[in-house]
Ligand binder design. Structure first.
Ligand code: GAP
Length: 513
């Protein structure tokens, strides 16, 4: 679905609001409304149960947002957590230099995909994508230019070659989207951490950072958890929490925010075993995504051209957002970089005694790191669909439906009296709601015609609607409507409970990962 429609749907149906909207909002900061908060909690729950509950070798923690300032010196964030920025002198707008180049590369890819689509239409069933891509001169040209740019960008980023970033933008003749001019400043580095000041200490010493990743809270607690959990390597520590980055460009809704949430897991392994575990987590994390029913072709593994300062291998899981394939999750082999740096700066030994090897070492770490808000956006865009379906009279009508996996749906079941002005129906329906609300998240709704109420529930992804009608009063059965198939069955309340319980049961999904 069109991205604009997705964002306006998110607002209209209580999923996401611009922060401080009454003051015209705060850029790249968002609030989650009643349905958004529920969906977000359900995603967290799915992640936590898959990562912590399903692995006896992983434990979960919840560390503070504020950490000792030396943490960020040790992690490298003070020195190298920068983005290259460039200003357009005419519009005075600020951009990330690497993103300007990446967007240019995306445009080349879009052009190539357009040609491929046209050719597929022309050749029909006999179309062979691989042959076409390797032989069509125009498509080859687009891909070659994209690949050349990708490798030049990776080298410049690795070498911190700001001059070449600027030159690259000039060579590609990239113009400012606002002024249309190519009047650019030099490229300079911009640190992404937000800072604040401790109340009782003035100056640099009292400078605190809002954590830009949750991972460091895990590293500094490694010894505490290792001792108190009595876990043996390999084992993992997981956590979900807020992170903050002073992003230069804030676009694409909740894709890039200044305040966001991460779900991270650090897996501590023996030195030398890290690449084996890296492969393991890469596959397992992909299975976690696929278990929700999202089609395989929506995902891609994207190996990093440009490794972060702490990694010896890194891959992203890219998801096909409405604005293209973009990073949803990262799996990084972080070596012993973080624990070693903390050992050096704190003077505390970050060693683990391995009873099998009978020696101590600093463990290596494989990390899985997913943005909760990006996961939210991927589910929002994946599930929101426009469909033509028969209405109550059998005529074709349009509906907007969120085909969320039931375990993620904010409301699992809506209880609806057929009509509102019959007290015997509304009383019965209310009673049923008061019973079902202990089984799953339910909503009671009696306003408007039944068809409109169904559409309202479809629009927020409610998998089941229970309608109480006059027959219910005599035989205690209800109509159970399925959101996706639109099938309606006459069932007893006990059967409704069985359907709801099994429909939202995580067990089958967790076992399939
Ligand atoms: N601890 C490793 C780490 O933080 P990262 O690739 O910088 O790695 C991990 O971030 C994930 O966090 C990303 O894959 C993305 O899903 C999410 N993320 C990063 N920056 C974000 C932002 N500004 N807004 C929303 N999500 C973000």
């Amino acid at each position: 679905m069109d991205f604009k429609k997705i964002t306006s749907h998110a607002k209209e149906y209580g999923f996401i609001f611009q922060s401080s909207e009454i003051y015209d909002g705060l850029a790249a900061v968002y609030d989650y409304g009643q349905n958004g908060a529920a969906l977000k909690n359900n995603i967290k729950n799915y992640w936590w149960k898959a990562m912590v509950q399903s692995h006896e070798e992983i434990v979960g923690i919840d560390s503070a947002i504020f950490m000792h300032p030396k943490t960020w010196k040790a992690s490298g964030h003070v020195d190298v957590f920068n983005d290259p920025l460039i200003d357009n002198k005419d519009s005075k707008k600020r951009y990330r230099a690497d993103v300007l180049i990446e967007e240019f590369m995306d445009k080349l890819e879009t052009k190539a995909e357009k040609e491929i689509k046209k050719a597929r239409k022309r050749f029909g069933d006999s179309f062979d994508r691989e042959v076409f891509v390797s032989t069509n001169e125009r498509v080859k040209g687009y891909y070659n230019r994209r690949d050349e740019s990708a490798s030049r960008l990776a080298t410049a980023m690795k070498d911190n070659d700001l001059e070449d970033l600027r030159k690259h933008i000039e060579d590609l003749e990239i113009a400012c989207p606002v002024s249309g001019s190519r009047n650019w400043t030099d490229v300079r580095q911009f640190n992404l951490m937000f800072s604040t000041q401790l109340g009782n200490i003035a100056g640099e010493e009292g400078k605190l950072y809002l954590r830009p990743e949750t991972a460091q809270g895990i590293f500094v607690n490694f010894l505490n958890v290792a001792k108190t959990s009595r876990q043996r390597i390999p084992f993992g520590i997981a956590q979900i929490g807020k992170a903050f980055r002073n992003e230069i460009i804030a676009r694409q809704f909740i894709f890039r925010m200044r305040e966001f949430e991460q779900m991270e897991m650090q897996f501590f392994v023996r030195p030398g075993d890290e690449l084996k575990w890296y492969e393991h987590w890469k596959e397992e994390r992909m299975r976690w995504h696929l278990a929700l029913g999202t089609p395989k072709e929506r995902f891609r593994f994207h190996e990093h051209d440009n490794l972060a300062h702490y990694a010896n291998a890194a891959v992203d899981i890219h998801y096909q957002f409405p604005f293209g394939f973009k990073e949803l999750e990262g799996i990084h082999s972080r070596t012993d970089f973080d624990l070693r740096s903390h050992e050096e700066l704190s003077g505390r030994k970050m060693q683990y005694y391995d009873p099998e090897l009978e020696k101590s070492y600093i463990p290596y770490v494989v990390e899985t790191s997913i943005g909760l808000d990006r996961m939210f956006l991927s589910q929002l865009s994946e599930s929101l669909q426009e469909e033509t379906v028969p209405d109550a009279s059998g005529k074709e009508s349009q509906r907007i439906v969120m085909k969320l996996h039931p375990i993620l749906a904010p409301v699992k079941c809506a209880v609806l009296p057929l009509v509102k002005n019959k007290p015997e129906l509304t009383e019965k329906a209310r009673k049923m709601f008061d019973d079902l609300k202990y089984v799953v998240d339910c909503q009671y709704d009696e306003k408007d015609a039944i068809g409109r109420r169904y559409r309202r529930q479809d629009a927020v992804g409610t998998p089941w609607c229970v309608t109480v009608d006059f027959d219910t009063l005599t035989d205690d059965t209800v109509t159970l409507r399925d959101r996706d198939t639109l099938q309606q069955k006459r069932v007893s309340v006990e059967e409704v409970k069985t359907t709801l319980r099994s429909g939202v049961d995580l067990e089958t999904t967790l076992r399939s990962i």
